[in-house]
Design a protein around this ligand. Structure first.
Ligand code: ZN
Length: 174
């Protein structure tokens, strides 16, 4: 595994529609492993392949299994779930939406209020090319919406009702 460089705006790859993955070869496995390591090192809770300069439809997400875990007294002990999803597609969205503040590893130093669906169904393939269906809610659903936007060249600042520069560090960047 190796760390990759996270590209930042205005790098053109961030604005390109990423290509569908068709080959589940060694290059893909290396890309996924590198993305996981790069996400953890950043640190972030999600990363899309265009953010490491690769215009392919691959995302990784690592977040708490459910919302209560995040509130656990010892957050370090809360179980996290790691996802690596190829060619993800949102096939269902909840009617309910929520506005919350997001930050992005590719747009350092800013946060924005973005309205997202609270629940989602995402279909895609796992790293071996097998179909997976994920039912996601709350912050995990938000991270997936942010990452899938990256695959379509969309950045959270395009969608934000308000963008600002926070004084302290930004947590849970994606
Ligand atoms: Zn991002």
């Amino acid at each position: 595994m190796a760390l990759r460089t996270i590209v930042t705006t205005p790098e053109p790859v961030l604005r390109r529609k990423a290509k569908t993955v068709t080959k589940f070869d060694e290059n893909l496995q290396t890309l996924i492993d590198d993305m996981i390591e790069t996400m953890r090192e950043a640190p972030g809770v999600g990363l899309a392949a265009p953010q490491v300069g690769v215009s392919e439809r691959v995302i990784v997400v690592e977040y708490y299994e459910n919302e209560e875990d995040e509130e656990a007294e010892d957050a370090e002990e809360a179980p996290k779930r790691l996802y690596a999803i190829i060619n993800p597609e949102i096939t269902r969205t909840s009617v309910e939406k929520e506005v919350a503040a997001e930050g992005c590893l590719s747009i350092p130093g800013v946060m924005g209020d973005v309205e997202r669906h609270l629940g989602l169904t995402v279909k895609g393939l796992n790293r071996r090319g097998q179909p997976v269906t994920l039912k996601l809610k709350d912050w995990t659903a938000r991270i997936f919406q942010h990452e899938i936007d990256h695959l379509n060249g969309v950045l959270f600042t395009d969608l934000a009702s308000r963008v600002w520069k926070p004084e302290g560090p930004i947590e849970d960047k994606v």
